[in-house]
Design a protein around this ligand. Sequence first.
Ligand SMILES: [Zn+2]
Length: 110
Amino acid sequence: MIELASESIDVLCGKCGLRHNILRKDYVKPTLEYFLRSMGDEIEYIWHFRLDCPSCKNLNTFDIFAYEYPPGYMNWKDHTNYTGSIRMSKIKFSGDIDLGDDNNEGNEDE
Ligand SMILES: [Zn+2]
């Protein structure tokens, strides 16, 4: 099981550029999809975020993806900015998974 582990996610409004902070308690639940592979299921996690900008009323949407395969290992992560903008390097994941080199990516302490 992969989870978003960052305490918060910074989002820049795609219209006015205002910076928003989505707290962990407000994270959406991921949708899961299973694909049968030779070494078991590959699991695709997608977190669909929607955020109304309080300043300009723009609806910011972005998705975060993670792929678990073989079971217990995160082998890919990605995101799509539709109207909002996030920095993927700031996003941390957790779970009973091997984070590998991603462990050293980014730095939450600024
Ligand atoms: Zn805005």
